[in-house]
Design a protein around this ligand. Structure first.
Ligand code: ZN
Length: 192
């Protein structure tokens, strides 16, 4: 086992995030507990991306805590350290920005992310786009699903070259989306 792989930290992050996201549900048809999302992001990074750096796996589990819960920077820093905090902050959206602007901002600023934050971003986009393809929220139109996956693709195109396995998995999602949702993903979209 790689010496940077610390299972205790990963389990601690899972418990922390589960408590923080308690009561939150996802928008899919079954309204799964929200915690399944960050756990899946960490899982694809490990299983598909081959990443064994526990700092990245922990940051993946915590990636939505500051954005979506009452978690503070200090809490993350004290419990998981400054390096984990900095990865989480890199992938945390500024919620004071209007939604469309936030989406554009994510695409434009993706190339500035550190390697570790790029890995979390790739895992997040892979899991979200796969969910929108396989099990979308009941009230989403086809157009909304297409636009969402296009946005994920826009972010991916900006950071391609980070992790070939995660990118190949995303490519398979895009190919399936094109077939199953009946549209062509643009290499660089202007809709977002
Ligand atoms: Zn996420």
């Amino acid at each position: 086992m790689n010496k940077t792989f610390d299972l205790a930290d990963i389990l601690d992050a899972a418990v922390f995030a589960a408590e923080k996201h308690q009561g939150h549900v996802r928008k899919n048809s079954q309204h799964s507990p929200y915690i399944t999302h960050p756990l899946l992001v960490s899982k694809v990074i490990y299983q598909i991306g081959g990443i064994e750096d526990s700092m990245i796996l922990v940051a993946a589990i915590l990636h939505d805590t500051i954005e979506d819960t009452d978690t503070t920077r200090d809490e993350i820093k004290e419990r998981f350290g400054e390096d984990v905090l900095s990865i989480v902050l890199e992938v945390t959206d500024d919620k004071s920005m209007p939604k469309m602007e936030r989406k554009r901002h994510q695409v434009a600023h993706a190339p500035e992310l550190s390697y570790k934050a790029r890995i979390v971003k790739l895992g997040d986009k892979l899991v979200n786009c796969r969910d929108i393809l396989n099990d979308p929220p009941a009230d989403w139109t086809l157009k909304r699903r297409q636009d969402y996956i296009q946005w994920g693709a826009d972010v991916l195109f900006q950071i391609r070259g980070t992790n070939p396995q995660l990118e190949a998995a995303f490519d398979r999602v895009m190919t399936r989306a094109e077939m199953e949702l009946g549209y062509q993903i643009e290499p660089f979209s202007t809709v977002n």
